[in-house]
Each structure stands twice: as C-alpha cells, then as structure tokens.
Design a protein around this ligand. Sequence first.
Ligand SMILES: Cc1cc2nc3c(=O)[nH]c(=O)nc-3n(C[C@H](O)[C@H](O)[C@H](O)COP(=O)(O)O)c2cc1C
Length: 322
Amino acid sequence: MSRPAIDARSFRTALGSFATGVTVITTRAADGTAVGLTANSFNSVSLEPPMVLWSLSRSAKSMPVFEQAEYFAVHVLAADQETLSTRFARSGGDKFAHLALESGIANLPLLSGCAARFQCRTSFRHDGGDHLIFVGEVLEFDSTERAPLIYHAGQYALSARKGGLGKPRSARMAGTFSEDHLGYLLSRANQQFYRPVRQQVHALGLTDEGYSLLCLLTLRHAMTPQEAMSLMGQSANAAAALLADMGDMGLIARKEGTPPRYHLTDKGWDVTLHLMAASKAREADVLNVLGEVDTFALKTLLLRLVREHGADQPDLWAEPEE
Ligand SMILES: Cc1cc2nc3c(=O)[nH]c(=O)nc-3n(C[C@H](O)[C@H](O)[C@H](O)COP(=O)(O)O)c2cc1C
C-alpha cells in the first residue's frame, strides 16, 4: 500500500516548530566577489574534529559559487541583526554594499557584531534532495555573549532562559490574582527595581513625581506647564503645585514667555544626573542577575508592550514641538 503524499505546506509548518538560530553564510567567488545568504539549516556535527553543516537550496543563485568554494564562514546572527538576515535572504545582487567587512581565512568576507563566527574548510558535499548539504571543518571561530536571533514558526524571535522557574502559585482564595498575573509582575518588578533609587529620591526631599519631572526635563529641556501636565498625566492644579515646589527647591527655573517654560537649573541637573546614575546602576544589577540574553529579551518584550498598548499615551521620546 502506497503512503499518502506529504503535503508540502504542512510539512514546512511542522518543520517550523523546530526553533533555530539564524546564520549568514559567506564565501568568495573565484573572481573575488563576496557571496552570501541567510540560512537556518546550520547545525553542529562533530567536536573532534570540529565540524558543522548547513544546506543550500539547489535553486539558490549562490549555488555555483558555494559548489566550488574551498572555504566558507558561518555567522550566527545576534538578536539585533534582523536587518542583516533580511538583506541576505534576498536572492542575488550585491548583498554586501556599504557593509564594513573584516577579512578571514583565504580572504573570506566576515561580518561584525555577530553572536559567533565559524570559518570552515569544505570537507564534504552531500546530496540532500532539493538541497546540497555542506559539511565543513572549523578552522577558526570566535564567539560573544550577545543574545542570538531566533527563528521559529516562520518568525524572528528571542531566546529567554527559563532558569529553573517553578510553577507560578495560585492565590488561596478564588477571585484573586495568581503569581503570574501580568499587572502584579509589572508593578512588583517596578517596585523592586526602584526601591534603592526611591530611597535616594526621598532622602533628597523629592517625591516620585518630582523625580519623574526632573527626568522629563532632561528629555525636553524646556516644558510649558501644559506639557508637564499632559506628559505627567496630572491635573492642571497638581502640575502647577509640583512645578512650584520644584522651583522652591531650586531644581527648576521658569523662563517668562507665552507660554512660560520650565527648565533644569544647574543644581537640578546635578541632582537628576546623580539619580539617573543610581537608576543605571540598578539596571547593571539586573543585568548581572539575568545576563545579557535574558535582559535583552525582557527589554524587547517591555518595549513591545509599551509601543503596542500605549497609542493613547504621550510619546516621551518624540521631538518637542517648537
Ligand atoms: C530565516 C531564514 C533561513 C533560511 N535558511 C535557508 C537555508 O538553510 N538554506 C537555503 O538554501 N536557503 C535558506 N533561506 C533562504 C535564502 O536565504 C534565500 O533563498 C536567498 O535568497 C538565497 O540567496 P541566493 O539566491 O542569492 O543564493 C533562508 C531564509 C531565511 C529568511
């Protein structure tokens, strides 16, 4: 009995459930032209001797060059190199235009900023159906702590370690939050992150809102009371009271005009930079605990949350209107 034919589309979808990194494989044509493509078929083969493999579609424009190439370089892309992946996934053309290249073994074109790089000599080429499998002996490699770019289910993704995290606990009473409730996690994380900074803020006689206003003034340099009110999400009265208090403390000064604008005084800059340094030190603490890869994943997800769920909120990083 013959087996039913495999549906190509669902086969591809099933393969996509295997999360991979993303690489760019480069080499040089006989005439010296740099050639490369994006590939996620990369895998390790042997430790002794050190060997890796990847496969190339027989329809790829770069096939004639790789078939002849004695050497190739594998670049494991870092999480912030998605544009490089897209660039090298286009077929043909000069994919290397305006890229700063390093030169590797046999003048291999090497890209910078990657998570890892392997320079190889082609050992074997195997038939692999509509692909050709290249096995290479690794002659040189270098690697960094950079977070890798991940490819999963046809999309770019990030890796984050689970770190032996136990199951989130449920509340004993029905109807209350569980330990993994997003709102709880965000506010608890914020509370824990800022505790030491807040202590310094309060020791200086400032309120949390006062510190926020100082930080905003480092971004905006001069703010009208109206802007202060909308960026701080406060009522007109609360914003006016805050501006007056901060003025009395000598941290901000008012420049008359229509409308008047507030800016940091020299003392205001000193205090703000001191507190911002404390915040940055806190960030370094988190980095130490979570590591580069997970910190990158955490920041990326928070950035998505802020951008995708805050359309009605003022954009603090927008250029101020003149
Ligand atoms: C994430 C990703 C992974 C890919 N992996 C491979 C691969 O392993 N082998 C392959 O032949 N093509 C792969 N491709 C497709 C090639 O990058 C694409 O066909 C490219 O245009 C080939 O370049 P060329 O025609 O200039 O040789 C991948 C594309 C993406 C976006």
